[in-house]
Design a protein around this ligand. Structure first.
Ligand SMILES: Nc1ncnc2c1ncn2[C@@H]1O[C@H](COP(=O)(O)OP(=O)(O)O)[C@@H](O)[C@H]1O
Ligand SMILES: [Mg+2]
Length: 237
């Protein structure tokens, strides 16, 4: 089977469509372009009616800063945004970048960040109608131990229209729900057979076909899978 291949811009504006509550997974090694692609998709998908909330875990992050600026997503240090903090704004932003301050002491930071990110995840689930972007699922789930909350959103968030967009640099170690619950999957080149072993968990798609397609991807190219209608295509750099 020949898999069609599209330039990035064409994909973003002509192929990509998104319904509130759908989950999206980005699986690629570090430097594979997950954040770049996710930010491009957020820019064309988020709006004042479907706001994004991106969780930023690093103390310094030029990409997050640039993205906030170019997309008009507002950087906030805690969640929820205190009532009254925005009353003078005339227009709702299409999203927020939640970027808590770092004190550079893991005892203090881990406890504080656990609180703020956990609150943000559960608030998004409860209020719904939101895109929650967890750029580093592994750190969030395993290091800050917010895995149960994320799993809850993957399994029950759809009905609340809370779509969890998750990225991880360890495809073979990703929570199972990143494969089984995502309506949209983006997979990059991976030589690691442990990654290939997990394609069967996507469900409804031939894992051999996936492994074969992924093997041929150049840098920054993606295999895109839309599960509901089993559409598959390659997204170019
Ligand atoms: N499609 C692309 N074309 C050109 N450069 C890209 C592309 N995607 C990512 N990059 C660059 O590659 C580097 C790593 O991308 P990034 O999105 O941060 O990777 P990841 O989040 O997977 O670690 C960044 O400097 C980014 O600008
Ligand atoms: Mg990244």
């Amino acid at each position: 089977m020949e898999i069609r291949s599209y330039p990035r811009d064409f994909f973003l504006h002509r192929v990509w469509r998104y319904e509130p509550g759908e989950h999206v997974s980005f699986l690629a090694p570090t430097g594979g372009g997950k954040t770049h692609l996710a930010n491009q998709l957020l820019a064309v998908t988020s709006s004042e009616h479907l706001q994004a909330l991106s969780l930023v875990m690093k103390p310094r992050d030029q990409t997050a800063r640039k993205f906030a600026k170019s997309s008009g997503h507002r950087i906030v240090r805690s969640w929820p945004v205190p009532p009254g903090a925005e009353f003078w704004r005339t227009k709702k932003p299409s999203g927020y970048v939640l970027w808590p301050r770092h004190r550079f002491d893991p005892d203090i930071d881990d406890a504080a960040h656990y609180q703020v990110f956990r609150t943000a995840v559960l608030d998004s689930y409860k209020k719904g109608k939101r895109i929650l972007f967890a750029d580093e699922v592994y750190s969030l789930a395993r290091e800050l131990r917010i895995e149960r909350e994320l799993v809850t959103v993957w399994t029950k968030g759809r009905s609340m229209e809370c779509g969890l967009w998750g990225a991880t640099q360890r495809p073979w170690g990703a929570p199972q729900q990143m494969y089984s619950q995502a309506e949209h999957l983006f997979l990059s080149y991976s030589p690691d057979t442990r990654d290939h072993d997990r394609y069967g968990e996507i469900g409804g798609i031939d894992p051999k076909l996936v492994a074969n397609a992924v093997k041929q991807l150049p840098r920054y190219w993606w295999l895109y899978i839309r599960r509901s209608d089993r559409v598959m295509c390659v997204v170019q750099k």
